[in-house]
Design a protein around this ligand. Structure first.
Ligand code: ADP
Length: 262
């Protein structure tokens, strides 16, 4: 298995040829107080080139959610730095961090997190409204039409299936043209067919629109849609699998879970 060093940011000439969209340097995060301190992230460094799709896997408690939260600016690391598209995540106040997130980051959650009283179209353009940006209604309608929701612009989330709600959530995450999109178990609440649709859409955001995508998942089939998989254990990156197949991912996960149980 490859070691953490293989994921250290590359300061060489390749940076010049392919922009790094997300970079973490020695990120650490602990929870709790002295007596019951838990190290959730134990020095994570990585550099993800723009236009790539990375899956993050690892046993329960390995630090996946904490990694996503810190990388997306939803939580602050105790030490280390996070850069999104070359800009360091701010150490400023909450308002500055919120602005940073709104301008550079998109988020897709397991439970969709659509606002129940807003329509499909209103949910989709909400990030633009919150950021005080001009809402290009025609562009939003075009996107929703392309993902098969053109007939449902005025529907409320409760009138949609889970798969449809997640597609709206993806449209919402992409509407601000973020540099990096984070997805936390985006197919965890979906049936197999809807999951496939959602993964196809996420993949298209990368291949067609050049977005950079980081997805936490438990599912080897979902991970196989990514360009590469990072494996976490005990708050560290312990492996990377390029061009993953579901079988290879499952085998690596079995190995990690067995190790964690020792
Ligand atoms: P994963 O997403 O891989 O299951 P997490 O990032 O949720 O892992 O958790 C990593 C470790 O940090 C676990 O031991 C977990 O119990 C702990 N942890 C996560 N969040 C908190 C919190 N808010 N308070 C205390 N401990 C936490």
């Amino acid at each position: 298995m490859t070691t953490t060093a293989a994921f250290a940011p590359d300061a060489g000439p390749s940076d010049a040829t392919r922009r790094v969209a997300l970079r973490l340097d020695d990120v650490r995060k602990t929870y709790g107080t002295e007596d019951n301190r838990v190290t959730a992230l134990d020095g994570v460094s990585l550099a993800l080139p723009a236009g790539t799709f990375t899956a993050v896997m690892g046993p329960s408690g390995s630090g996946k959610s904490t990694l996503l939260q810190c990388a997306a600016g939803l939580d602050r690391p105790d030490a280390g730095t996070v850069h999104v598209d070359g800009e360091q995540l701010t150490h400023g106040g909450e308002a500055a961090l919120t602005k940073f997130r709104r301008e550079r980051i998109g988020f897709v959650f397991q439970q969709f997190n659509l606002l129940p009283t807003l329509t499909v179209l209103e949910n989709t353009v909400l990030p633009l409204r919150l950021a005080g940006k001009r809402v290009d209604r025609a562009a939003a309608v075009a996107v929703l039409t392309r993902i098969g929701l053109g007939e449902r612009l005025g529907h409320l989330p409760a009138q949609l299936s889970g798969g449809q709600q997640q597609r709206v959530a993806i449209a919402r995450a992409l509407v601000t043209r973020p540099k990096v999109v984070f997805a936390d178990e985006p197919t965890g609440a979906l049936d197999t067919r809807s999951a496939r649709d959602v993964l196809g859409l996420l993949q298209e955001a990368v291949t067609t629109h050049g977005r950079t995508l980081v997805m936490v998942t438990h599912d080897p089939v979902a991970a196989a849609y990514a360009d590469s998989v990072l494996f976490l254990a005990d708050g560290r990156i312990v492996g990377r699998l390029p061009q993953p197949t579901a079988e290879a991912v499952a085998a690596r996960m079995t190995h990690l879970t067995d190790r964690a149980a020792l």
